[in-house]
Design a protein around this ligand. Structure first.
Ligand code: AMP
Ligand code: MG
Length: 330
């Protein structure tokens, strides 16, 4: 009997990845330019929370565009790096640039800087300035070979559109290996890990209201480990002469996107993919995003349009509640 119980327990652990009575601990930290919350179940001694905190801080030290001893700062200011993580992320970024037809492009950073999003000294630059910066944007300025990345002169990169998704993937892998379940909120990125204790429930994730981000427009039921990443025009922006300029740029114009979307939430197995695509779909706008989804099979999305309509891709229609929505068919 004892043996049978042991086998059943082992099986339950295998199926759920973690056990527990539903008790959790929350840890908050500030890293990667955003407030983060780590909600972990079955981490009574705090070991997993401590690991995640240290990992996220260390990743920030490597990928920050503003910290003067980061690997990205070195790349941007010397034009080359052998940092393995930076090379890996550049490679992933280039693949996504190709896949999204240039909507996601980490070389957009000079434009982000010009408009004052680094350091929050915002300005609407003169058209000539934007035009000049445009020449410094484009993945053809990035060269990767034999563990080395180089950038053409005056070209700079920023992993702000991808880094938290990558971080979530690494945190998820660690927690799954340790058999710890939880839900991580890394700014606009939510990462669920395992099934919610104690009864293997799904996780409930809110879609923020762009007009009032303290409230939610809709709720999403998510089963198991998923990345749920939102890009929106309300997350970081400034206004000038009644126009809102948000932190998501169109690499084709070097200007903040004037999208017909207020937010894009992407749900995928990979955090890096969900993060890259949420930014890219925002750039594409409603029609472009819907068409892009119809040609893909590795994510679902919730799109909030500027007229308030909520669009939900077909695969998610049973997972979204607390709102009326329009389904984007296959
Ligand atoms: P996210 O919040 O994931 O949508 O990423 C937005 C951040 O990525 C911005 O704060 C910029 O630093 C950077 N960014 C803005 N537009 C783009 C773009 N089209 N491609 C890549 N990175 C971008
Ligand atoms: Mg992103």
């Amino acid at each position: 009997m004892k043996r049978l119980s042991a086998i059943l327990l082992a099986l339950a652990l295998l199926l759920t990845g973690c056990a527990g009575d539903g008790a959790y601990t929350d840890t908050t930290l500030y890293a990667m330019d955003t407030a983060m919350n780590l909600r972990l179940y079955d981490d009574a001694d705090g070991a997993a929370a401590a690991w995640l905190q240290q990992y996220l801080t260390q990743l920030d030290d490597t990928l920050s565009v503003t910290k003067k001893d980061s690997a990205v700062w070195a790349l941007n200011n010397t034009g080359r790096t052998e940092d393995a993580l930076v090379c890996e992320l550049l490679q992933q970024a280039l693949l996504l640039t190709e896949r999204t037809g240039g909507a996601l492009d980490v070389t957009v950073y000079p434009a982000v800087q010009l408009w004052g999003f680094t350091g929050q000294v915002y300005q609407v630059p003169a058209p000539e300035q934007t035009q000049a910066v445009l020449e410094r944007i484009g993945s053809s300025h990035v060269h990767l070979s034999d563990g080395e990345a180089t950038l053409d002169r005056d070209c700079q990169v920023d992993f702000g559109a991808l880094a938290k998704g990558y971080a979530a993937d690494q945190c998820r892998a660690y927690l799954e290996e340790k058999g710890v379940c939880g839900v991580l909120s890394l700014g606009g990125n939510v990462q669920t890990v395992g099934e919610k204790p104690p009864f293997h429930q799904s996780w409930t994730v809110g879609i923020q209201n762009p007009d009032d981000p303290q409230t939610y427009l809709a709720t999403l039921q998510v089963k198991g480990s998923k990345a749920i990443v939102t890009s929106g025009d309300y997350q970081r922006y400034f206004e000038s002469d009644g126009v809102r300029y948000c932190h998501i740029f169109d690499p084709a114009t070097a200007e903040p996107v004037q999208s017909d979307l207020r937010s894009v939430t992407v749900i995928a197995d990979s955090g890096l993919l969900a993060d890259g695509l949420s930014t890219a779909l925002f750039v594409m706008g409603l029609d472009g995003a819907a068409t892009f989804w119809q040609g893909s099979d590795d994510f679902e999305a919730v799109l909030v349009a500027d007229d308030g309509t909520i669009y939900v891709t077909q695969g998610l229609q049973d997972a979204v509640s607390d709102c009326t929505f329009t389904v984007i068919p296959r």
